[in-house]
Every structure is written in C-alpha cells, then in structure tokens.
Ligand binder design. Sequence first.
Ligand SMILES: [Zn+2]
Length: 346
Amino acid sequence: MNVEPFEFLGEHVAPGKRSRFELPIGQLYTQSEVSIPIEVLHGKHPGPTLLICAAIHGDELNGIEIIRRVLGASWLRNLRGTLIAVPIVNVLGCIHRSRYLPDRRDLNRCFPGSEKGSLAARIAHQFTTLVLSHADYAIDLHTGALDRSNLPQIRVHLDNERAAWMARAFGVPVIIDAEIRDGSFRGTGDDLGVPIITYEAGEALRFDETSIAAGVRGIRRIMEDLEMIVRRKQGRPEIQHVLARSTSWVRSPSDGFLRAIKPLGSRVAKGELLAMINGPLETTGQPIEAPFSGIIIGRSNLPLAHEGEAIFHIARFEKVALAEKAVDNFQLRLEEQVASNDEAIT
Ligand SMILES: [Zn+2]
C-alpha cells in the first residue's frame, strides 16, 4: 500500500524520510525568535501516528534525554506510521530552568488553550491544534518536582481503555489511576479522542539513568505493540505491573532538618520509621512513621522540611508484597542493564 506524504506545519514529509521543524511560539524581549523544536519521522509503510513529548514542565529534563535516545535508536528503522517527537514543549520554562512559563502559569493547566488568551494558553492552543491534532496516541514525559524524585510510574485514567492498554504496554511496575485534572494535556487528549499516558520518573533538573532507560524502553515497547516497529525475535521479558489503589503524601509534622531513612521504591509497613526530623540543637528528634502500608513512589531529596511539607508519597496496593516484588524485579533488571551499558535495553 502506498503511503501519502505526511502534512505537518505547512510542509510535506515524504514516506521513509525524517524532517526537523520549528514551531514558532513568540520572541524573547530581545526579539530573538523562540520556537519548539520538533522532529517527524514518516514511515514507508502505513501505521498509526504516535506523539512523544517532554518538558511541558520546563525543568523536567529526563524526557528530553529519553526522546534524544529514541531518535538515535537503530530500532526505528523500517518504521510503520509516523513518529512526532517534541523534546521540549515548554521552551521558555526550560530556558529559565523553571517548571512554569514566564507568566508564572503552569502550561499543564492551560490546555487546550486559546488563541487570544494568556501566553500559556496561546502556546497550549498552538500545540493542541498544530501537533496533538495529528496524533492517534501520545506519551507525555514528566519527572518529580524540584528536589523530589518519583519512582518510574505511569499515570493514566483507566476508564480510557486505549490509554489503559498503553499504560500496561509501557512496562513499568507501578500504574496509578489518576483522575484527569482541569487544563491538563492528558485531559485535552481525552476530549480529542487521543489516548495519552503520563510517564513520571526521577527529579526535576536532573538526569537519572534508570528513569531514562525505563522511558526509552517503554516507548519502544509501545511502538512494538502498535506494530510501528519490528518486535524483537528473541521475545522480550514480561514486566509485572501493579495498580495502585490510591496514593497519599506524608507531610512533615514539624519544621527542621530531615533525615530520610527509607529509599524510593521501598515497601513500608504501617508504623514503620520513614525519617527523623530535628532542630539544629536537638540531639534526638521526632520520628516520622508510615501512616499505612505501601510502596514509596515519591520522595523529597532535601534534608530540610517545613511543617506540612510533602516528604514521602506512598501508594497503597491490594497486595503490597506483589507490588514490592514487581518494583524489585524492575529495579534490578534496569540497574544491571544500565551497569552493563546495554544498548538493547528491553
Ligand atoms: Zn511534570
């Protein structure tokens, strides 16, 4: 079957070709043009269009590196369908090393945006109408906030069957059924009938190798399952996943210096010691205990906390032992692969 050229931003990408685009979003005060860099790979064979995007929060960098590695991967040869890769959506935030836009808005609360609205709304509108509108599926890459790490996890609204399928195919151990937030990119996908999953891994302003490796692998697995790329002959390992029943943040009971004891990914029982907090002259300090049993899926990395500050994010599971096993297996395999610098990460 003959494949038509792919029409994008007023140009055509011929079958079997890849092209770079710049989507203009405005200017700096100095009048220099600012644009979102985009690469489109159009296969010689028919297939779906997948959008992968990162840094909607400008300081969340792991996804930028994930997309760079995907674009250089040998397994993209003989692509079926079309891949649209957008490593930095919030370019202005990224330039300022900030989650937000210079107007202090969170771009991920401004979708689908509007033509005449705020700066954030205008960028959201451009991205929705000119990029997302082409996609059949999308993967949105995020990290934890500043000084907070997330265990690699997928957030998805499981009522959306196609998005739920993508969440399982991605192959990280923890899936969180997350309600759609007003103005989110994921919500706009829902409205347009484009299933979107959010991958959350690592920390803002940091590259984390296991989070990056797991992200590259997840995109590859979804592309295999969409038959956009050839499935590996030797088969690929099954990755167990567990669905979190709910999640809650444990907040600091007082102000002080935090000595976190439990690492990311660890299983905790109700009442188990998570951290100690103390003033600079206190020789003992106050214990912070797990309020329920679960797995730590997010954690503050800063040894400072104010009363009420979120410090541990814990997920509840139907069978917490099963979740622990899934997380352990996942971490072990990835660490081995990262240590051996294995290009063929599965
Ligand atoms: Zn984010």
